[in-house]
Design a protein around this ligand. Structure first.
Ligand code: 5GP
Ligand code: ZN
Length: 116
């Protein structure tokens, strides 16, 4: 998508601190971290939100989720982490390109929400 900020990050048109990349998935540190470690896992393909996903996206979604434990360990999150997917208006999604927040640090992450 031409005007999507996360598509631009995938294409390298906007710089990011990359955590991981493969054929289908890109992960990078959040620009406004809400925890000592806060990164986002996104599909390279533009998917608006979890609300748009169907059975056809099960492989992609599974791949994103399955990548997280290793990435979390590499970021030093050896005692757990929080994963969050904000979806749509009611879910207070700000960027309409599907992303999984991964948050962690030495201490438990306060509050269930991100960004609000
Ligand atoms: P949402 O509220 O949609 O779940 O979260 C969007 C996240 O994207 C926010 O935590 C915000 O800080 C992050 N974000 C927005 N624009 C950029 C950007 O240009 N670069 C990076 N690295 N993160 C961004
Ligand atoms: Zn996009």
């Amino acid at each position: 998508m031409d005007n999507c900020i996360f598509c631009k990050i995938v294409r390298g048109e906007i710089p990011s601190k990359k955590v991981y990349e493969d054929d289908d998935i890109f992960a990078f540190h959040d620009i406004r971290p809400h925890a000592p470690v806060h990164f986002l896992v996104i599909p390279k393909r533009h998917v608006e939100s979890l609300a748009e996903c169907t059975d056809a996206d099960a492989g992609l979604l599974g791949g994103m989720m399955a990548a997280i434990p290793k990435l979390a360990r590499e970021q030093g999150l050896n005692d757990g982490f929080r994963t969050i997917v904000n979806t749509g208006r009611v879910g207070r999604q700000e960027v309409y390109h599907l992303h999984i927040h991964v948050l962690g640090g030495p201490e438990p992450i306060p509050g269930p929400m991100v960004g609000h």
